[in-house]
Design a protein. Structure first.
Length: 580
């Protein structure tokens, strides 16, 4: 169950896909020099391999423990988190005025990927904190930022998102939590929060001395549905006059869930204001909660897509190591009947190359999207709009890849993959949540054909397809997929809502695969050029040429075949018959 950080691969993608060097040419990101980038990627790789990865199995079998509202993390987690904070890993892209390092979000994405490959469940903690930071930067008052951001940025406190309720599920507008403004006394201007939230990641734990919950609730008289929702900052402990978290705030963890995977992450049922005043500060305008929520959600959705990369990388490494050691059967058709390691058998090689190519494609897609966010911060409006289009692709497609690769990892192990002790089963269990939370992948597909495809009359999506087409000139399989994507896009723009939604998922997969194919084609060309010029690690570059070729020739064509499903319309999905 060893983890080796893919440092060379990450640096290659940062260079050729994310274009970190172009970011560093701007004053805002001038600190992201090549030496700094390499130091960060190498340093987090060492940290993840030495500190986080050894706890992956520990968290899986020695789950967080709930006792009378308090949660104790598994052995070693508190010390590992302390080291994470002291090393400054959580503050890379944090705003400098509140203690951050003002480095690109793309580099923070690499950090999260590497930590999560080491220990996916544990790494959920800083992922949610980042969403809280972004929401406060976008909608918080200066007083709120000064009060809460320094310790969120450095990781001494963590943040959470409180959206889901027992009767609401993915329908956020159905929530029933309330927020009533205090009009008199020392707490005037604050809000009394009452309600229950479920599925709150790291909602309670013993890693930090405070937890900052961002809670969606409805004020008195607010309309039903999403229009009436506001966002509130609700700390576990209110701060005393010295700024220390010492005052109990009526925030109670009623239980933690028993889950299929990510056991190292406590998923809490949170109760607010039951028997004790629970006070919160409004973030942004009253009934402006959905705007603020989308700031959190966009960050979280990209980070969940990154989890697909994390688990795919870990599963691929484990499967490749196992296949290189497991001796079974001679090669078919060989006169030599000596048994060989299973990585020499054609079908196992097929699975291993598919795992590797899909992982590299998901990584390229994730880094590319993160980079568009960074270029957007530098004033590139087209990049910012491109990021909007890419978010549902990253969240849905990269997590689908994570599940597929983890499943293939079990298959490579054969019967031993079904046995918990090998670790392959844990990757499979851990991966399965990613297509569900932060908006199911079906919701991502609906977002793509609904909100995103409608932007600029479809021209934003068409612009992405045009860029893919420009890079597909030397790759006929990719050009065929581009043509199919263009035809389906034109149909989708003019189709009715039901027909668009019926074909939304195959369409998302087509567009995601085309985007990945373009990014893999760029890497293919870069690797071949470097080989021809004698630059770089020849073994790595040859493997990169092979993996990108595999993706373009074997994965891309299958996505082209999804066009009929995308075009079939709602009539193809007949109502299901009632069960007897």
């Amino acid at each position: 169950m060893t983890y080796t950080p893919p440092t060379t691969e990450q640096l290659f993608v940062l260079d050729h896909i994310a274009r970190v060097d172009a970011m560093a040419s701007h004053d805002k990101f001038a600190a992201a020099t090549p030496d700094m980038v390499e130091a960060i990627v190498t340093g987090i790789g060492d940290f993840a391999a030495e500190v986080y990865a050894p706890l992956n199995r520990v968290g899986d079998v020695q789950n967080p423990k709930w006792d009378n509202g308090k949660v104790t993390m598994p052995p070693g987690f508190k010390e590992a988190y302390r080291q994470f904070v002291e090393a400054g890993w959580g503050s890379l892209d944090g705003p400098g005025e509140y203690g951050g390092q003002d480095l690109p979000f793309t580099l923070a994405t690499v950090v999260i990927e590497t930590l999560g490959s080491g220990n996916m469940g544990f790494t959920l903690c800083p992922i949610l904190t980042a969403g809280a930071i972004h929401a406060l930067m976008a909608y918080g008052t200066e007083e709120q930022r000064q009060t809460w951001l320094p310790k969120l940025v450095n990781g001494e406190w963590n943040g959470t998102m409180n959206l889901t309720e027992p009767a609401a599920g993915s329908d956020v507008g159905a929530l029933r939590s309330t927020a009533e403004k205090v009009t008199e006394g020392q707490h005037a201007g604050l809000y009394r929060i009452k309600g229950q939230k479920i599925f709150i990641t790291f909602g309670e734990h013993d890693l930090t001395d405070n937890i900052v919950h961002l809670v969606l609730a409805r004020t008195p008289g607010a309309p039903e549905g999403t229009r009436g929702i506001s966002l509130f900052l609700v700390p576990k402990y209110r701060l005393d006059a010295a700024g220390n978290p010492t005052i109990s705030n009526g925030v109670h963890c009623a239980s933690i869930e028993h889950k299929l995977g990510i056991h190292g992450s406590p998923t809490a049922v949170m109760v607010y204001g039951d028997g004790e005043d629970c006070l919160g500060e409004i973030v942004g305008d009253e009934m402006g909660g959905m705007r603020a929520m989308f700031v959190m959600m966009n960050n979280a959705r990209l980070m969940v897509g990154c989890q697909g990369v994390q688990i795919a990388e870990r599963a691929t490494q484990q499967a490749q190591r196992y296949a290189a050691e497991r001796v079974q059967s001679s090669l078919a058709g060989s006169p030599d009947r000596t048994p060989v390691t299973i990585d020499q058998h054609p079908d196992v090689r097929r699975m291993l190359w598919r795992m590797r190519a899909q992982t590299e494609a998901a990584r390229a897609l994730t880094y590319y999207a993160a980079a568009q966010i960074d270029f957007g911060k530098l004033g590139d409006e087209a990049a910012a709009m491109r990021a909007e289009i890419l978010i549902p692709l990253v969240k849905a497609h990269a997590t689908d890849i994570g599940c597929e690769v983890a499943s293939l990892g079990v298959q490579v192990h054969g019967g031993m993959g079904f046995i918990e002790e090998t670790g392959a089963a844990q990757h499979y269990r851990d991966a399965r949540i990613a297509p569900i939370y932060e908006g199911t992948n079906g919701i991502q597909a609906a977002d793509l054909v609904g909100r995103k495809l409608g932007m600029a009359g479809g021209d934003l999506v068409r612009g992405l397809i045009d860029d893919i087409a420009h890079g597909a000139a030397d790759f006929p399989e990719l050009q065929q997929l581009v043509d199919a994507c263009r035809a389906v896009t034109d149909w989708m723009v003019n189709a009715n809502t039901g027909d668009r939604l019926a074909g939304s998922y195959p369409y998302l997969t087509m567009l995601s695969t085309a985007t990945c194919g373009w990014l893999m084609a760029l890497q293919h060309k870069a690797a071949k050029t470097a080989l021809d010029e004698g630059n770089g690690d020849a073994a790595f570059l040859e493997a990169k040429v092979a993996s990108t070729r595999f993706y373009l020739q074997q994965i891309v064509p299958a996505a082209t075949g999804l066009a009929p499903s995308a075009l079939a319309g709602d009539a193809a999905l007949a109502p299901l018959p009632a069960l007897g």
